[in-house]
Structures are given as C-alpha cells and as structure tokens.
Design a binder for this molecule. Structure first.
Ligand SMILES: Nc1ncnc2c1ncn2[C@@H]1O[C@H](COP(=O)(O)OP(=O)(O)OP(=O)(O)O)[C@@H](O)[C@H]1O
Ligand SMILES: [Mg+2]
Length: 463
C-alpha cells in the first residue's frame, strides 16, 4: 500500500490535474486514512470503516481523472463503473455484485504482475535453457544440476562427474548457440513450438446484453469440460522465447497464493469508483417505472457499500473496507435525492468547479501528458516539428471558454475538439510535409477556427 502523505499525494495529482484543490485534498486524506488504519491493532482496525466520498461537479472538470490518477499512484486495485450500468436484482442486466467480481479480477492481475516481476530473472533463465533444448535436442544435459557440479563431493576428492557431463562438442555448440541467441542473431529463425490452448470448444458462447456474467460462467464451465490441448505452432525464435517465458513464469508462481494475496489486497485497499451516481438518484420527480428500478439499484448497492460478502471465482470477498468514491454532475438531482441509508454511507462531499480560460491554458501547458505535448509527439513521428506560441494557446483557451458558454459546457473536453480542429489539416498532410517545422501562432489558430467561430450553429456540430 502506498505510504505517501496527503501532501505528497496532492503534489502527484497536481502533475496531471489543474485546480480542484478541495477534491484532491479529500481523496488524499481518504488514502492516508487507509494507511493509518493499517497501523492499528487488529481489534480497532476492524472497527474503522472507510469514509466514502461523493464528488460533485459539472462534466469534464476532472472527477474521473482524479480517481484514475489516484488509483495509478496508490497501486491499489481500482475499478471504475457507471452506476447506470446496473439493474435491480431480478431484472435483466448487470447486478451490482459484479463490480466486486470485477475489482477482484483487477486485484488478481495486479498481484500476478508483481509476482511475475519477482520470478522474472529465473523465468528468463529457464526459458533460455528450454529454448536451447528446442534448438539442439542432443545437447540437453541429462541432469542439469548434476552436470557440472556435484554438491556432495568432498572438496579434496576428484569430482567423479565425468560420465554425466555432455560430450565436449555438444556442450560447446550449446554455448555457441547461446551466444548467438543473446546477440540477437537467431531472432528471425523459425521454430516449431508446442503451445497449450485453452480447453473448450473454441466457440465463445455469446451472452445476451446485460447477461455477461452468466455467459462467462457458461464459458468457464464448458472450458472445464474440455481439457487443455497442446498444439504445435511455427513461430520465430523471438516469439518462441516470449511464449516460453510465459510458460516458465506460470510454473514458478502459485496461483492459489496469488488469489489469497489479491483477496487480501482488494478487501483492505480496494477502491471502487462509482461514476454517474446522480443518474440513479432522481427519487423525487418519480414518474414511470424507471424510477422504481433506480431506487432498486440504490437498495442493492447498500449492502455492498455497508459491508457484505460477495462470492467470486476466487472465493468470498468482504466489502467492509473497500473505499467507494462516487461522482456525478448532480445537475438534475442532489445527493439528498439518494435514499437516506446510502447518503449516510457517503459522508464526505466535495464540489469540483467549472473551468475557465485560465485553467484551460494551464491544462494545455502544464501536465506532463498535456494535449499539446501529445500532438507534438504524434507529429514528430512524421518528422514534423510543431511549436506553439503563448498567444496561440491563450487563444485556444479563450475559444474553449467562449464556446462552452455559448453552447454547452463540456469542460476540458472542449479543448480536445478545438485542438483536433486546429491540427486536422496538418495531421492529414503530415506524411507529405516531412521535415518541416510549423509554428502554431495566434493567426494560425484564428484561421483554422474562423468558419466555426463565425457560425454559431456550425460550432455546435463541430466543436
Ligand atoms: N482539472 C483538470 N486538469 C487537467 N485535465 C482535466 C481537468 N479536468 C478535465 N481534464 C481533462 O478532460 C477530460 C475529461 O475529464 P474527466 O473525465 O475527469 O471528466 P469528469 O469530470 O469525470 O466528467 P463527466 O461528469 O462527464 O464524467 C480528461 O481527459 C481530463 O484529462
Ligand atoms: Mg467522469
């Protein structure tokens, strides 16, 4: 688990997200509280439940982005799901428990990756030996550990391993091949390799929309009825090596152990991000049958947020200490439109602010992965160098604000549509203009945006 202090977490988030200081502070505290809880004696630890958060704010101002970045830097299992995906138990659709199963899959992938990292060196070594066995079947040492070294031999005695040592020339051929392989001289040669194909009929059982879980279970069941098969494939040696690494790594890691660790990780530090929570709120303007089901979803959510046990492929998962962060625009509803029990489970509320041109300018220039940096790098691949003048980016920011005001406020997403419009001609012509340096200045921006700015209706469609 991450040991970052709240201040450190905020400063990490600052690298990617402009403004929204309150929201950053709040999630930073929530993260730190989980670390604090881990330091406590077990009796007290179990008593402390996470303080779940609701982030409110208009579209495109960084709600999801904060949650995503937080997940990345904390290394916790993190899963994001739209609350609108769920339907009440008993109806066709996804049941809310599936989000715990999904979070568990993420935990498994996370732990497995870490374990793979730990056995990497060994797996690479084994894969190399295996590869040489395939290339030179005759040179295979009969008993690899005994061949050159006899651990039982007394140091003073002559070591009687002569007869087990492969003959001089096969072992030196093996070393020659090893060197060639390491120098990359064998990469393109083709080789036959046995690969294991997942059991099953080879036909995916298509699942009905909303019934993916059931489809998955059926596929698993059928998979278990047909044992895994071996199949010979012709691949180049580079690919063969990758396949062998996979196989050797799988032998070296214990999946039961991975499942245990993943479950522990999910239960103690998992984060579930429930997006679009406002869309299941609407309790008051109740009319029609959709509201019945919305409230039903809220009721189904309740036990999971409060703490219950969910059955997954990897065993039972307790949800008591999973942190829930939910987000929504809350344009047409308020947190108080959620059923009271659920409101109580999300005690922390934070508001994110609408963004204006100053923030837009910073979003264009400050983050490590800023849009301007992305476009520059993309065009670099065509040997085109682009640079932006300060005035040009100010113009982009101001235009974004203006169009957000005049049409619909879609926040920072507006920058995407504008940048795309400005650079689309260049993107298209890039391969023919290799070697050029293009300065994007204010006139360039104005020129590219001229027709849409003049025609407000047009801007509705294009930007
Ligand atoms: N404050 C910000 N700083 C930097 N980038 C931002 C900021 N706000 C939004 N963005 C960028 O705009 C895009 C949309 O933001 P995000 O997905 O966080 O929106 P949201 O608040 O979750 O909106 P919605 O309610 O529509 O889900 C992201 O790609 C993000 O990088
Ligand atoms: Mg979002």
């Amino acid at each position: 688990m991450s040991t970052l202090t709240p201040r450190e977490i905020v400063s990490e988030l600052d690298k990617f997200i402009i403004g929204q200081a309150d929201a950053k502070r709040m999630v930073a505290i929530a993260m730190r509280n989980r670390w604090r809880r881990q330091q406590l004696p077990a009796e007290l630890r179990d008593e402390i439940s996470p303080k779940n958060i609701i982030m409110m704010g208009p579209t495109g101002v960084g709600k999801t982005e904060i949650a995503r970045r937080l997940a990345k830097l904390s290394g916790c299992p993190f899963f994001k799901v739209e609350a609108t995906k769920f339907t009440e138990v008993g109806y066709v659709g996804r049941d809310v428990e599936s989000m715990i199963r999904d979070l568990m899959e993420i935990g498994i992938a996370l732990v497995r990756k870490e374990e793979l990292g730990k056995v990497k060196v060994k797996a690479e070594k084994n894969a190399e030996e295996h590869l040489l066995d395939l290339l030179l079947p005759s040179s295979k040492p009969k008993n690899p550990t005994m061949a050159f070294f006899n651990p039982n031999a007394n140091a003073n005695e002559a070591i009687p391993i002569q007869e087990e040592k492969p003959s001089e020339d096969t072992s030196s051929t093996r070393e020659k091949f090893r060197k060639m392989w390491r120098d990359g001289k064998l990469d393109e040669r083709e080789i036959d390799i046995e690969v294991t194909v997942q059991g099953g009929t080879g036909v995916e059982i298509m699942s009905m929309p909303g019934m993916e879980d059931m489809g998955m279970q059926v596929n698993d069941m059928i998979g278990n009825m047909f044992p895994n098969k071996k199949k010979t494939r012709k691949v180049n040696i580079r690919e063969a090596y990758d396949i062998l690494i996979q196989e050797e790594s799988d032998k070296l890691i214990d999946m039961d152990n991975v499942a245990d660790m993943a479950r522990e990780r999910v239960e103690q530090s998992g984060i579930l991000f429930l997006d679009e929570i406002d869309k299941i709120a609407g309790r008051h303007e109740s009319s029609g049958s959709t509201d019945v089901s919305r409230e039903g979803v809220q009721r189904d959510l309740l036990p999971i947020v409060e703490g219950s046990v969910v059955k997954t492929k990897y065993g039972m998962v307790k949800t008591d200490h999973i942190l829930f962060i939910s987000a929504g625009a809350f344009h047409y509803s308020k947190p108080s439109d959620l059923i009271p029990e659920l409101q109580g489970r999300f005690p922390l509320r934070v508001e994110l602010h609408a963004l204006g041109k100053d923030e837009f300018y910073r979003i264009l220039t400050e983050p490590q992965n800023a849009l301007t940096v992305q476009y520059k790098a993309l065009l670099e691949t065509e040997k085109i160098t682009i640079d932006y003048s300060r005035e040009a980016l100010e113009e982009v920011a101001a235009t974004a604000q203006k169009i957000n005001e005049e049409t619909e406020n879609i926040g920072a997403r507006r920058l995407y549509t504008i940048m795309e419009k400005i650079l689309s001609d260049l993107s298209f012509e890039a391969p023919d203009r290799s070697g050029e340096t293009v300065m994007i200045d204010k006139d360039y921006v104005k020129d590219k945006l001229k027709d849409v700015i003049e025609d407000r209706d047009l801007s509705r469609y294009i930007l």
